[in-house]
Design a protein around this ligand. Sequence first.
Ligand SMILES: Cc1cc2nc3c(=O)[nH]c(=O)nc-3n(C[C@H](O)[C@H](O)[C@H](O)COP(=O)(O)O)c2cc1C
Length: 323
Amino acid sequence: MTSLLRPLAIGSVRLKNNLALAPMAGITSAAFRILAAEGGAGLVVTEMVSAESIKYGNKKSFKMLELNPGEHPAAIQVFGADPASVALAAQAAERAGADIVDINAGCPVRKVTRSGAGAALMGAPLVLAALIAGAVRCVKIPVTVKFRVGLIAGDNLGPLLARVAEEAGAAAITLHGRPASQFHTGPVDLAAMAAAVAAVRIPVFGNGGVENASGARAMLEAGCAGIAVGRAAVFNPAVFGEIAAGLSGAAGTAPSSAERIRLFMRFLELSAALYGEEHGLARARKLAGYWLKSLPGASGARASFMRLKTLKEARNLLIQYTR
Ligand SMILES: Cc1cc2nc3c(=O)[nH]c(=O)nc-3n(C[C@H](O)[C@H](O)[C@H](O)COP(=O)(O)O)c2cc1C
């Protein structure tokens, strides 16, 4: 019997394991991706980057393509509905050093779908095929795609879309087991996921609601080649190591409150190194609530954190919680 935790190849890219960080806008910044890689993720993915913005040379979007040595292998995710723009963005991702370029075909947010991108592509398989095939023709790195089991509850578009993706040249798929109408809540449809997996030969990463080894095991036993973890990693970027330990039969224990604060301090150091001390701390403030919520007197700690200006002040505040 093969182990559920295993190295995985996506085209020419070899991953040390089959556990990936799912892309999350506003969260999977470079600092967070390094933390997830250090926490055991075999693959990390950027926030989604607009192909149209890349086409028009938007500086902020180009900044989002920047990768750092500590995070490889890394995928850059792009979104768009125009094959020429997506191909251009895929080339920009390749030039930026991405190991993989991922196409977003699952985002249900109106701002994305109204232009025909994200989850709207699930209702337009020919456009989806053109986007994937166009990108595959223009880059040497593997092209992957992320979509959902359906647009509304009860849909089972997975097998069809998975075949479309495979035929267009995608090297792997990330399949979110909830329909687009459910956004990020509610149960995942494991049977629909298993049907999609069975329809193709390329690896399928299962995604949706995985928080621990038993959740990962259920998707892997349904046939998924790997797992992509989203929100559970936001609260705990070491979750990949825990899942890996659990899948290998060891007791994967959640980090203690002190360990979590040490991880937060590492996140602050990475943010300061990558974005500058002031800007790095400002960016970290958005996530401070998640990190500090388990502390005794969490609201006081959060309020104090919000007033900090330097890394040294942050260390002075947090050190008491790491013992
Ligand atoms: C805040 C947030 C931002 C997200 N941004 C993206 C994104 O940029 N691209 C994408 O494909 N999915 C995005 N997603 C969806 C996640 O990748 C993932 O599919 C979803 O959260 C389900 O996985 P989970 O239950 O493990 O969190 C986002 C989800 C959240 C919560």
